[in-house]
Design a protein around this ligand. Structure first.
Ligand SMILES: Nc1nc2c(ncn2[C@@H]2O[C@H](COP(=O)(O)OP(=O)(O)OP(=O)(O)O)[C@@H](O)[C@H]2O)c(=O)[nH]1
Length: 847
């Protein structure tokens, strides 16, 4: 096959045609970067080497000096071609593996190579059994004694095995990759044909191979140019199918047995194929095991991560309840060191949510978590149990833990900065010691009990668990249960404590105070059941009942011609309920009570919340015509600035200002007893145009001081305790009866505040009848509450048949008879005089 010029046409044609593929691959390689560029270059080089080997083979088969002759077998040349083809084939295989979508890293490529080798060895072995003695499937074409063929067939088997494994293992879409693999296999097959043609001196076979080679190279060049966009081997060892791995072994085993059965023997190459298969499988197994180990390790890490998440509160990143329980359990099992659990609950956190929104609430909770984390020693554990509940588990003795808890009060209690304004909060803490608890549940319960006790005792404090709390808790649970049906069972009553004009001491108003008499529990102290009602959400129901009863009674007094007003206490919760204004209007309408006859008393506690909101609520209430009194003024919550802004009508001076030791000792320039604080507050109230009531007047000395201050209204033990409505009515009647003689107080000098000139005796002489004057003369003002002094004798407010609420706080062993029964015990402290009102702040303080 030569031209007239002696140029070997066939080799040149083969060379030129085969060069197209590598050239295209080289051009593509130059356009790319990274692994793809390397892959393209490897393909180009492999293709070029294959093409060159083919040219060498064809040139050897058709030499220039023997243009037309029967070529002789050339094993040496065939070996050269086979080696060139083998190297070219390996480069092509390497290029295939570097194409995007084949193997993302060296480890994945190694696994593909091993899998490919296992399949290749099986293919080669099965092929060898079929072609070699004794089967000789190709009959006369069976190659004999040509080493080159062994190498060429091995190259083709490796290319085919690798293509198969890439096709099986890579993810769809994988057409480009599979076609490129097919091209590589075709090139290796062509190399086999050329080497066989050269080795056996069969030009037809060699020409066939040489003619197909350019197509194979072009297939590689074109299909590798646009690789599949999102291919890549499936790295998940669990999801990946592995059934195909059995096929090569089965094929080898079957063909080996068959070979033996038909009387064949195994050449060294067959044994080598078996060794490659064996080592390939073992290596693959080893890597698979490593993969599984890595996978299991990652699973374990993930599991640990999720387990940790399950024990963590996402908002604060502290432990959650589950995390705390786990830590408690661990500490409890070790039981070598003493430990303490602090139960914590933010005070009034609901207000933060309600007034400032949940986002601010969340920010505050997260900050509480941060403060706890940064204020504990290493090894101590802070947890958020849910809502505004936290806990701290610390290795410490109880006394030490109490000190830490006291410190945490300050840490949590300092203001929380927020762009919308600072948030102020406090926290209550219960301390429980593991020595008092047999198990973790008991420890948790003890901490909770101590915490609840801290809440009951006024919040913002630390309480240590005491066994007595169990009893308290049981009682509390009973009370809560019984209180729910108290209205329906008709166990509640109102007592009315008179408010008197000073100095006439004529009853002009009455504060409605709630009393509960339970058939089995007896008289339940208001400071016990009212905070409970607040906590269990019953305060609105009780408040509504009180409002209606008070209006009902007031309407009866007014219908009987008495000039009197009544006041009811309003809890902060009721005040902030949007429907409360309508409830008040409805009660006034239902009982036909003129609005100005009803006074709603709010405590300074309500002022501690959002002032603007409070002002809006109070204005709405006042628009119904009722009057508003600020109770307990001077007890410590409201500032003078707030007082100026509040839309109120009456100021009630807290009993602590009236009844303290200082007021009774002070004497003014005129030699009269006076109370400096009361003096100041009365002046302030009058300047603001308010009526002022002095609360907690217990004796004539205090009355004298109140009179000296110019205060126009008084309330307290001296004028009467809470009594049933009919007793108060008797007082009202006595005060207006013809026998009553009121001594008017002289008007104060124009340049001074209103000040009566009369002393206490003169004041008390305002009550009717000589009996009263006699009592005053003997200085027995306290006698007014003596049980044997009946309301018919005196228009004095207090009689011996006062209602149940007139008993002093702390005494729950009273008579259990009905509302008119004598249950009075003389109180010994002015601080208890108002116990029984729906006035949670005061009740809590008293508790
Ligand atoms: N912002 C926010 N609020 C929450 C979350 N979980 C619960 N809360 C609110 O936290 C408040 C907890 O209120 P309580 O503890 O019952 O009441 P409190 O006002 O703190 O009253 P005391 O505990 O008696 O002082 C409720 O209003 C819940 O709706 C939370 O994840 N984020």
């Amino acid at each position: 096959m030569h031209s007239a010029l002696g140029v070997p046409v066939l080799p040149v044609a083969v060379g030129l045609a085969s060069a197209c593929g590598p050239v295209l691959l080289a051009i593509t390689a130059r356009r790319h970067t990274g692994p793809r560029r390397v892959g393209q270059w490897l393909l180009a080089l492999g293709g070029a080497l294959a093409a060159a080997s083919a040219v060498v083979g064809m040139a050897g088969l058709f030499p220039v000096d023997h243009p037309v002759h029967q070529p002789s077998p050339r094993p040496d040349l065939a070996a050269l071609v086979a080696v060139g083809m083998a190297v070219g084939g390996l480069l092509l295989c390497a290029g295939l593996l570097r194409l995007p979508g084949a193997a993302h890293d060296a480890a994945a490529a190694l696994r593909l190579v091993l899998d490919g080798l296992v399949i290749a060895a099986a293919l080669w072995f099965v092929g060898w059994v079929l072609l070699a003695e004794p089967t000789r499937l190709l009959g006369g074409y069976t190659p004999k004694g040509c080493l080159a063929l062994v190498l060429a067939t091995a190259t083709a088997a490796v290319a085919a095995g690798l293509t198969f494994i890439v096709a099986v293992r890579s993810r769809s879409p994988r057409h480009g990759l599979v076609l490129a693999g097919g091209g590589v296999t075709l090139v290796a097959g062509c190399g086999l044909a050329i080497a066989a043609g050269v080795c056996r001196a069969e030009p037809g076979l060699a020409v066939f191979g040489a003619a197909l080679l350019p197509f194979g190279l072009l297939v590689v060049a074109f299909t590798s140019r646009a690789p599949d966009p999102s291919g890549g081997p499936d790295g998940d060892v669990i999801r990946r199918g592995t059934a195909y791995a059995f096929l090569p072994m089965v094929a080898m085993a079957v063909s080996a047995v068959y070979h033996l059965v038909v009387g064949g023997t195994f050449s060294i190459f067959a044994v080598l194929a078996g060794i490659v298969e064996g080592f390939g499988l073992v290596a693959r197994q080893y890597l698979a095991l490593n993969d599984v180990r890595g996978y299991a390790g990652r699973l374990a890490e993930r599991e640990a991560h999720f387990r940790e998440l399950a024990h963590t509160d996402p908002l604060t990143e502290l432990a959650n309840r589950r995390g705390l329980l786990r830590a408690l359990q661990q500490r409890h099992e070790r039981a070598d060191t003493p430990f303490v659990l602090l139960g914590m609950d933010l005070d009034g956190f609901k207000n933060v949510n309600d007034m400032r929104g949940h986002d601010v609430g969340d920010a505050v909770l997260a900050e509480v978590g941060r403060r706890l984390r940064t204020n504990l020693r290493p090894g101590d554990l802070a947890a958020r149990l849910g809502g505004d509940e936290f806990a701290v588990l610390m290795r410490a003795r109880p006394a030490e833990a109490e000190r830490v808890a006291e410190r945490l009060l300050g840490v949590i209690g300092s203001p929380y900065g927020h762009p919308t304004g600072e948030v102020f909060l406090s926290v209550s803490i219960g301390v429980a010691d593991n020595a008092d608890a047999a198990d973790v549940e008991t420890l948790l319960r003890n901490a909770d009990l101590a915490l609840r006790y801290a809440k009951q005792r006024g919040k913002n404090r630390v309480e240590r668990y005491d066994v007595a709390y169990d009893r308290l808790l049981r009682r509390r649970t009973t009370l809560e249960h019984e209180l729910r049906g108290a209205i329906e069972r008709d166990e509640l009553r109102l007592a009315f404590q008179p408010v008197v004009a000073i100095p006439s001491v004529r009853p002009v108003g009455a504060e409605a105070l709630l009393r509960w008499h339970h058939p089995e529990l007896g008289n339940v102290r208001p400071d016990e059941f009212i905070p409970l009602a607040e906590e269990c959400g019953m305060i609105a129901k009780l408040g509504s009942w009180v409002l209606h009863q008070a209006c009902h009674q007031l309407s009866r007094w007014l219908a009987d011609g008495h000039d009197v007003w009544a006041s009811v206490n309003v809890s902060p919760r009721e005040l902030h309920a949007p429907e409360y204004v309508n409830q008040v209007a409805e009660a006034l309408r239902a009982h036909r009570v003129p609005p100005q006859r009803l006074v709603l008393e709010i405590t300074e506690h309500a002022v501690a919340t959002d002032l603007d909101e409070l002002i809006r609520r109070l204005k709405a209430l006042r628009s119904t015509g009722v009057r508003i009194a600020l109770d307990d003024f001077g007890a410590g919550y409201s500032s003078l600035g707030q007082l100026r802004r509040l839309p109120i009508d009456i100021l009630k001076i807290d009993h602590s200002l009236v009844a303290g030791p200082d007021p009774v000792r002070a004497v003014n320039r005129r030699g009269r007893v006076f109370a400096p604080m009361v003096d100041v507050v009365v002046r302030l109230g009058h300047q603001l145009g308010l009526q002022v009531i002095a609360e907690g007047v217990t004796n004539p000395t205090e009355l004298a001081a109140v009179v000296e201050s110019g205060c126009g209204l008084g309330q307290g033990q001296l004028f009467g305790w809470g009594v049933p409505a009919e007793h108060l009515e008797a007082m009202l009647e006595a005060a207006t009866s013809p026998g009553a003689r009121l001594i008017p107080a002289p008007r104060p000098p124009a340049d001074d505040l209103p000040r009566p000139a009369a002393g206490p005796e003169e004041m008390l002489r305002t009550v009717a009848g000589a009996g009263a004057e006699e009592m005053l003369r003997t200085g027995a003002a306290e006698e007014v509450s003596r049980p044997d002094a009946g309301p018919a004798d005196l228009p004095r407010p207090v009689t011996g048949r006062e209602g149940s609420g007139s008993r002093p706080a702390g005494d729950d062993t009273g008579p259990t008879a009905g509302p008119t029964a004598d249950r009075t015990a003389e109180p010994d402290s002015p601080s208890v005089q108002n116990a029984g009102s729906v006035d949670s702040a005061r009740e809590i303080r008293q508790a």
